[in-house]
Design a protein around this ligand. Structure first.
Ligand code: GLU
Length: 437
């Protein structure tokens, strides 16, 4: 479905009464529900439609026992949630983090549904997680956890049903283990059951940096609306993992001045711009940006409040709440992480005139190239790096254009406009398919 079909169902002139105020809690699921409620209010959907859109289609909770290298047995909890599969197979990452629970996975799965619809991929939304801190386990242990988790959720996943990808705490190696476990059990090689695989197994060129490249594309598009080129802005990036580190490097490569970055241990700042090559070597050697001699130390909280043009929260959920959002001095917040801004944080940023480019749009580059990888796997024909980069840029900038045009036309924030597009495309697919029986 495209913007054309989206606009074929006009928005009601008088939005329905706004939903009840969001609870003050900042859990990701509360945030996701309150964002959905805002979109539903704009679209004028009834309570039944809202409930269908809010409720995961299927979810599974599995026990994941691990025999440790020393012979001891420990047990983890694993989850997979298919929030929506109406526009196509479930799609979304697998997260390994100590605090993972079913509600967090539900929120992340819901965001995947909207994200895929906003960039118009033929997917629904899904997410998986295991409550484990991967830093505490050996590679062999993580392989066993991944293979057992995959076996437990096998009935739910597949290249046409639910396609996994890396997320926080997992990587291309994790995807290789998932793909191998699934394939061995089916009796033949099925590369399209996961994306974000190593290149040698049918991974796509450009997938590793796609989320970050997409962030920079939408930032350029947002700045462009105010006539500001990337080369004129200062940028601070919170989070120096797979998303934040490459975003910082791509911003710098495109001429922006990256003045601060941070990770979970702390941050570093240099108003003249951080030297990316040396910073990457420092992180490769020490495992953190902390202690980099090309800048001065700063804390994560200080980074959020820096006087920069663009702030990119690319770490974890909920970092911009009602309190921390009040310290933000950036003109644009571009959400690299999923759910970095709570509902309270959003209100504060809006009141202070900060433009928020929302996660479901800003970080969609990863799943866009996941889709390209899946298409390539299904066709067993591989595209060049240039083709992938061009198609990614086109998808991201045209999605930004759709969202921005709707925001202007209806007087909405970019978040509400993005959600309205994602929710409406999903609801429209439900409506056309009809209810069975
Ligand atoms: N985990 C990434 C996200 O949150 C990518 C998901 C995918 O490629 O399926 O968007």
């Amino acid at each position: 479905m495209t913007t054309t079909s989206m606009t074929s169902t006009p928005l009601p002139d008088t939005p329905a009464a706004p939903a009840a105020p969001a609870p003050r809690s900042s859990s990701p699921l509360d945030t996701a529900h309150s964002q959905l409620d805002s979109a539903v209010a704009v679209l004028g959907y009834d309570a039944g439609q809202r409930q269908m859109l809010a409720t995961p289609r299927r979810e599974i909770h599995v026990a994941v026992p691990l025999r440790r290298d020393d012979g001891e047995t420990v047990l983890f909890h694993g989850f997979r949630v298919q929030h929506n599969i109406t526009r196509g197979p479930g799609k979304g990452g697998l997260r390994y983090a100590p605090g993972v629970d079913i509600d967090e996975v539900r929120a992340l799965a819901m965001w995947m549904t909207w994200k895929c619809a906003i960039v118009d991929l033929p997917y629904g939304g899904a997410k998986g997680g295991v409550a484990i801190d991967p830093r505490d386990y050996s590679t062999a242990e993580l392989e066993r956890v991944t293979r057992r988790y995959t076996s437990e959720i096998m009935p739910m996943i597949g290249p046409d049903t639910d396609i996994m990808a890396p997320d926080m705490g997992t990587d291309e190696h994790t995807m290789a283990w998932v793909m191998d476990t699934y394939s061995v059990n089916r009796g033949y090689t099925i590369p399209a059951v996961v994306t974000g695989k190593p290149l040698a197994l049918g991974g796509s060129r450009g997938r590793g940096t796609a989320t970050s490249a997409g962030i920079v594309h939408v930032t350029a598009a947002a700045l462009g609306e105010s006539g500001v080129p990337l080369t004129d802005v200062t940028v601070a990036v919170q989070g120096f993992g797979k998303v934040g580190s490459h975003a910082a490097a791509i911003f710098a490569a495109r001429g922006a001045t990256v003045v601060a970055v941070s990770d979970q241990y702390g941050g570093v700042r240099n108003d003249a711009g951080l030297a990316m090559d040396r910073l990457f070597s420092h992180v490769a050697t020490t495992g953190s940006v902390v202690g980099f001699d090309g800048g001065d130390p700063l804390s994560n909280e200080e980074l959020l409040g820096l006087d920069v043009d663009v702030l990119v929260p690319a770490a974890v959920e909920g970092v911009l709440d009602g309190v921390t959002a009040a310290t933000v001095r950036a003109r644009w917040v571009v959400e690299g992480a999923n759910g970095p801004t709570t509902t309270d944080g959003d209100s504060v940023l809006a009141a202070n005139g900060v433009t928020v480019v929302p996660d479901v749009l800003a970080n969609a580059g990863g799943v866009v190239v996941s889709y390209f990888e899946w298409v390539q796997a299904n066709q067993t024909y591989w595209w060049s790096e240039e083709e992938i980069a061009d198609r990614l840029e086109h998808r991201m900038t045209s999605a930004y254009g759709d969202v921005s045009a709707l925001a202007k036309r209806e007087g909405l924030s970019l978040r509400d406009a993005a959600l309205v597009i994602g929710v409406q495309r999903t609801a429209e697919a439900h409506r056309i398919r009809g209810l069975y029986p």
